[in-house]
Every structure is written in C-alpha cells, then in structure tokens.
Design a protein around this ligand. Structure first.
Ligand code: GCV
Length: 831
C-alpha cells in the first residue's frame, strides 16, 4: 500500500501540468565538482516571514533543493560565512566594505565572483529579484561567475486582469478567475499566491485584479476585506495590488444623485472610499480607470474633461501615495463611415493632447500600443509623442484577444518591439517609444508598463503551455526593453522544457516564425487582424470591419482597400506624429509595405515596394502563412521523445488545430477579396482545390445543404447539417483517385450548444471518430462560421479508387453535426 502511495506521489510530483510555469526547477546534472561549487548556506537578512527578503531565502533553498538535490540551511545573522548566498537589502547588508554601485528603485546587485554570492537589493523587492535571477541561472545550468548591477527600465511594471466579480474573465481563455466568484473574493487564494510568485520572478511589481469594465460592488465591505486578503498574498512577493473603479460608483453604489467629478459630495465620497480601502490595504498601488469609453461612465457625461475626472481620483490617492492609471482608450464607437475624414485612430490624441499638463502628478495615462485595439499590426500610438507634461505607460496584451486566443501559437515580443523601438523623432531627435514610457523623452518622473494577462484557473495559467512565453517575455522586457526577443525566449524554453539543443532550436524556430505567420494568414499590410470585431474577435470575418460605428474600417470595395489617413486627402491621422514621421507616412512611396493599408487607400492592383500587387500579396501571404502554421506540427513532432507526454500531447493538439484553422483563415480571406475584387490569383490556387470533395456534393441522407454566413467561411459557401436535431445524417461518395496513402482532412463546425459525434468509414471500415466539443478555450460560436470552423485529420490512410467514403453525423443539442468538405491530400500537400 505504501509503495502504491509512493508511486502515486512520485507521479504527482512529476506531473507537467504547467502550474509551475518557468519556475519548474527541474533537476540539472551536477557532478562532484559542481556540487562542491554550490553554496553551503543561505544568509537571509530579514526574519519577517512576510517580507520579500525572507521569501527570497525560502525560494533559494527550495530551488537549489529541486535543481541540485542539495539541502542548504538558512541562517539569519551569519553574514561572514564563506561559501554562502547572502540575500537582503543594501541597507541591511553590512558584511563587506567593498564598493556597491548606486541602485535605482527595485534595482539589485548579483555577484557570484567572491567568497559569497551576493544578492542585494535597493529594496526588499530588488533582493527578491536578484534571488530569482540567480535561480534562473542555476536552473539553466549556468554556474558562471558574474557580477553586475541591474536597474528597472521604469517604475511601473504592472499586469491587468479583466476579472469580473462573478468569476468570468473578459477576454480570458483559461477558465474562470483565480480571484473572484459569485460576486466576491474566493476563499482559497492558493493560486493567487502562485501567481504572485510567477510575477515576482519576472520583476512585475503591480497587479490590477479586476476588470476595467468595473463593477462598483467591488466596493462592498466584504469585497474590500477580500482585497485585503489578496494584498496579503501578493505583498511577500513585492507585488502591490490595484483596483479598477467604475466612475459612476458615487451614484450607482454610493447612493448620491450624481457622479459629477466636480460635485463636492462626489469628491468627498471618493476620499472616504479611498480611506476605507487604504485602511485594509495600506500599500495599495492605486486605481485604474476606463472612463467615457465603450459605454463606461466618465466625466464627459457632465461635460467635465477627462483630466478633471482623473484628478478627483488622483487627489484622493495622494495622501496615501497611490497612483492613478487613467486609460487613453477613449473613443466614439458610433462613427459614421460615410464621412471620409472620420477616424477612430485619431481619438486618443484628439482627447488627450489638449489636456497635456492638466493631470495631477500621480496620474499616468495608460496607452494601448497602437491607436486602435491590440491588432496584429498597428503603428505606434502617436499619443506617446504628444504628451510631454504627462506621465505615460504602455498597455500591451498578453492574452491573445485578436491574436488567436491562445489557440494559435503567436510569440508576441517581436510585435511589441515594432512599437517599443519605433523612433517617434520628437524634436527631430532619436526618441523611441520605450524612452517615452520610461519618462526619458520628456523628463517625466513616472511611467512604465502594463499588460492585460487574464490568467485563469486552468493549470497552465493562460490555457496553453506555449503561450506562457509571452507572459515571461513581458516581464523581461518591462525590466529591460533592449533585451533580445529570441534570447528571452530561449531562457524561457530552457526553464520550461530543459536545455536539449533540439528542443531549444525547434521551439525557437516555431515561436519566432509564429507572429509573421499569423499576420500572413489573418490581416496583411496594416489592414488589422480581419477577425470578427462584432462577435468573438476570433475567426475570420473581414466584412465585419466596415459598415458599423466601431471605426475599425478597411473601406474595402470592388476597386480598392485601405484607410486614407494622410493629411493631404484623408483623416489627418498621419499628421499626429512629429514632422519627420508624419512625412514618412504621408507619402505612399515612403510608407513601409506592412502599414500601407493603414495609411493609404489604394487599388488592389497597386504595386508594393516588394513589386507585388496588393491583391497578389494577400493571396501569397495567406498561402505562405498557412504553410508555416503546418510546419509547426512537424517541428513539434520531431520532439516527441524529448518532451514529457502530458505537455507533448497538449501542445500537439493545439498545433494541429492551429494548422487546420490557418486553412480556414487562408481560404476565408483569400475568397473574400477574390470575390470582391474579381482579380484572380496569378498562381490559380484561390478557389481551386483539386483534392477536395464538398460535403454538399456527396450523396446525402438525413443531411441537407446549408448556406453558411459569412459565405467565405465555408468551402463553396455551403456546408451540410442534419435535417433535424435528432436525425442521424450520412454523407457518402465513391472515390475516383489514384490508389495510395492520403491524409484525410475533414472540415466541420464545432458549435457551442452540443457535442455531435462524427464517424468516418472507408467502405465498412471505421477510420475514425470525433466529437464536436474541443475545449481549447477560444470564445465559442453558436453559428457555422469562421470561429467554429475546425479541421480533423487522419493521417496516412490507404484509399483505392472505387472505395466509398462515408461520414455519419449524429447531432447533439443545437449542433446539427455540420460538415464542410473532405480533402484527400497526398503527403506534403497543404490544402
Ligand atoms: C475590457 C476591447 C475589448 C474589450 C475591452 C476593451 C478595453 O474593446 O474587446 O473587451 O474591455 O478593449 O480595452 O477596454
């Protein structure tokens, strides 16, 4: 019995469910010389169990135990011991007279060159960061001698969670909240503590725990008590919590008859609430506010400026040392597309530039990286160049709202770097965006970073093992934006999957190719992602961009496409940049191809710098992107023997899905613009699928044809569904193909509302079976469309001419076992 229990415990210990993220601390081979070189004790310069320095000591002890199987004792007052690791603040460190460099807030020294390993922080947080950085070296088998000081790029390094009080998460793809359920804070904050640890290890120092579309019930006394518990969990890891506020709370929650920010009763209401929060959470980082945007209340309701609204909250925070993150994501979502000069992209500068200098000193304007909304490619927000008397922070998105919702591998740092490194040429001088957010460009005291992360209860945190590279890299870049995307990635791979060279190479290759591939098979040339902006933000729906008030327009018609954002003839957006950049974008000849449709409206036959026409670029990019996505499957499969089964299988399932969905994207976008422009693909791939058999052309019994909307999300615009919700459908066809082995791909629709069962036969032999209930985490759809369109593939199936291929679909719930087409693909063919 004991033996069985031990085996069970070992299995649990070895479970690779992703919950440890990059802090797995897997064993690293260590011979006698290596063991001898390991420190023999840890000196922790703080005994307080809730202090980050104490936590650092514990982390070091547990990490070394797990990596090297060595138990290292912890002392609290023995700084002279040779061969020890000393962790603490510079103030508490008085063991050596050697020169220690000046450090900034949260900075640290890491020195392994002397008798002792010094992990010394400017403050407690810095000491903890040094400990995690040292452990990261050890976990990668790096025992080299290093000595350096490291300082933060900017003081604000936060994550935002869009968690709702009922436990759901807006744009979260990894299950429900780790903080809230049923209107209040959950009792068990174990996962919150593990998250705090992950964040501290990448030097994140703040977390806003609730959705910017905020619910005022957060301010109920029981919830303020809950916030106290959350803060208690994050504090030992040096992470301060913050909260999102609903601007109408004084009226909707407080019972006042107004939320006018200049009304004295509103001012004192906010002061009183702020005092109550700080009584429970004395080190609250501050507030985050989304005001007068997308239906959220704000000061504009009372004809007060955004600055007047922000300042009331900022002043309430000042006595407590708190900061107000005020979002620049303010725009009119009822714009009129018939007006050539209307442009949502203009909104942030239009609203905020006139207010520059009017915000209190503890306000930080939080600006999304691009002027629209986390698209696959956007130019840097011009607001970064337009606020020189206001603190600013950049807002990135780790959660992949418009970028595949963690069901597509998309390594994001290369995208982020296009913005961070973009030179705004303020006053004709070098002024990359990263300098605006650190405060360097305009000599501002505060500034920094935030990213919407939306972790959930899924053991992998983000719903996908590989997506965690984005969270890791976000923290690394917020500390040092000059760090190389690929170097960061490789640290993450070693920490997450080990140091095998093949593993390193393949995951690097896939990840680095992933954003370009995703851009290729979604939206090109600065056209935005082309996902469905009205519904799920997931699958393709290019038509949804236009003819509505949201302002994410492409202005595509039969002749051309693109937003004319020039000053000369368009919306004037290009003129929001400093002169040199404005000129660059004003002129189509100097606008880079990858943003040409962002800035210019052109005919489909317009020739790019690359020499291709716009339309041919669309076609080629989509085919090439889908091929790259398919190559990820092969790359991952080459690692079969090198990755534990649990993670290998999980990742493979997702990559196979992504490969199938990339075909859905490719065909939808290519067909849509082919249909609109009537310009054929030079290489005749679009609309020409020799290996496909349309489901509607098969012999049907219990199935009927169904016209899919949007048309481009079904091959030949048509699918089949069962004739009723309880009728089993059969679709069959007699094959006339050369005999041989084929990959049998079947495109179907996986709808929310049922788990249909499909079975596929060759004559009377069952080839396989699947159900329509893939729970990959993206927002599901109740329709047959580009979100629900899915592919299953059976590999290397032998067929002979004359064989009958038969698919039997059993509907379930409201899902009528929909089928689009089958493709019999010879090896190597992607279609
Ligand atoms: C939290 C986009 C998202 C919304 C989000 C909003 C924002 O519009 O789709 O879900 O709301 O951005 O950033 O406030």
């Amino acid at each position: 019995m004991l033996r069985i229990l031990l085996l069970y415990l070992c299995a649990l210990a070895a479970a690779e469910n992703g919950s440890q993220g990059w802090l797995r601390y897997a064993p690293v081979p260590c011979d006698k010389a290596c063991q001898d070189a390991l420190p023999s004790s840890i000196v922790t310069l703080d005994r307080n169990e809730t202090s980050p320095v104490y936590v650092a000591g514990q982390e070091l002890q547990q990490g070394i135990q797990r990596i090297f199987n060595k138990t290292v004792p912890i002392n609290y007052d023995n700084c002279a011991a040779p061969s020890s690791i000393i962790v603490g603040t510079l103030r508490d460190y008085n063991c050596s007279t050697q020169d220690i460099p000046e450090l900034g807030e949260d900075g640290f020294v890491l020195n392994t060159t002397g008798d002792t390993v010094q992990l010394l922080g400017h403050n407690q947080r810095g000491a903890l960061y040094a400990a995690f950085e040292y452990l990261s070296m050890l976990a990668q088998g790096n025992l080299s001698q290093v000595a350096y000081a490291s300082d933060a790029h900017a003081p604000i390094r936060q994550v935002n969670e869009w968690d709702n009080m009922d436990g759901s998460i807006e744009r979260g793809y990894a299950g429900p909240s780790i903080f809230f359920a049923n209107g209040t804070v959950v009792d068990d904050l174990t996962r919150a503590r593990e998250y705090a640890r992950l964040l501290a290890s990448i030097k994140i120092n703040g977390i806003v725990v609730n959705n910017v579309n905020a619910n005022a019930t957060l301010l109920e006394p029981r919830n303020l008590d809950g916030l106290r518990r959350i803060a208690d969990v994050f504090r030992p890891y040096g992470v301060q919590i913050g909260v999102s506020l609903n601007f109408a709370s004084p009226r909707d929650f407080g019972g006042l008859d107004t939320f006018d920010p200049l009304d004295p009763s509103v001012v004192s209401w906010w002061e009183n609430v702020t005092d109550q929060i700080y009584q429970r959470v004395p080190d609250l980082a501050g507030y985050l506010v989304k005001a007068s945007s997308e239906g959220q209340p704000g000061p504009l309701t009372y004809n007060r400026t955004l600055a007047e609204g922000a300042n009331v909250l900022a002043r309430a925070l000042q006595p407590h040392g708190g900061i107000l993150m005020f979002r620049a994501f303010v725009y009119d979502n009822n714009l009129n597309e018939s007006k050539w000069k209307a442009d949502r992209a203009n909104a942030a500068v239009d609203y905020f530039k006139p207010l520059d200098g009017e915000f209190e000193e503890n306000v930080i304007v939080q600006i999304k990286y691009g002027p629209i909304d986390f698209q696959v490619r956007e130019p840097a927000s011009p607001l970064f160049a337009n606020l020189n008397r206001t603190n600013v922070a950049i807002e990135l998105q780790v959660t992949q709202e418009y970028l595949g919702q963690q069901c597509h591998l998309v390594y994001l740092p290369p995208l982020w770097k296009t913005v961070l490194n973009f030179d705004l040429r303020v006053d004709r001088k070098a002024s990359p965006v990263r300098d605006a957010i650190s405060g360097k460009t305009f000599n501002r005291p505060l500034g920094g970073w935030t990213a919407v992360v939306n972790v959930g209860t899924n053991s992998t945190w983000l719903g996908s093992h590989l997506a965690m590279s984005n969270l890791y890299a976000y923290g690394r870049l917020a500390w040092d934006p000059m760090a190389d995307s690929e170097d960061i990635l490789q640290d993450w791979i070693r920490l997450t999957f080990g140091s095998d060279n093949q593993v390193l190479d393949k995951i690097t290759e896939m990840s680095m190719a992933s954003w370009p591939a995703y851009e290729n098979y979604t939206g090109n040339l600065g056209e935005q992602t082309l996902t469905d902006i009205i519904y799920t933000h997931y699958g393709p729906n290019p038509a949804s961009q236009d003819n509505n008030g949201w302002g994410q327009w492409t202005r595509a018609d039969a002749q051309g496409i693109g937003m004319d954002r020039t000053v000369g003839n368009g919306t004037g957006y290009a003129g929001q940049y400093p002169e040199e950049v404005a000129q660059l974008y004003e002129d189509i000849d100097t606008t880079p191809d990858d943003l040409v449709l962002w800035f210019h409206h052109v005919n489909y036959t317009h020739r790019l710098h690359s020499g291709k026409t716009v339309i041919q670029h669309f076609y080629d990019a989509h085919y090439s992107g889908a091929e790259t996505a398919h190559s990820f499957v092969d790359m991952w499969e080459s690692l079969r023997d090198k990755i534990d089964q649990e993670r290998y299988d999980d990742v493979l399932t997702r990559l196979v899905y992504q490969a199938g969905h990339s075909i859905v994207w490719r065909d939808a976008i290519a067909n849509f613009y082919h249909n609109l422009s009537d310009i054929p693909d030079e290489t005749q791939r679009v609309g020409n699928h020799p290996w496909r058999i349309e489901a509607e052309s098969m012999a049907l019994s219990g199935y009927k044809p169904y016209a899919v909307y949007p048309f481009e999300t079904a091959s030949n615009a048509t699918a089949i569904i069962t004739t009723s919700n309880s009728t089993t459908g059969t679709a069959s066809t007699t094959l006339s193909i050369p005999s041989g082995a084929y990959n049998l791909a079947i495109n179907y629709y996986d709808l929310y509302g049922g788990s249909s069962l499909w079975t596929v036969y060759r004559n009377d032999d069952q080839i396989g079976q699947w159900t329509g209930d893939t729970k990959l985490g993206h927002i599901p759809s109740i329709y047959l469309d580009g979100h629900s369109a899915t592919r299953v593939t059976f590999r290397d199936v032998e067929f002979r001419s004359g064989d009958v291929l038969r698919i039997v679909g059993e509907p379930d719930g409201t899902e009528p076992a929909p089928l689009d087409y089958v493709a019999l693909l010879p090896g190597g063919v992607v279609d």
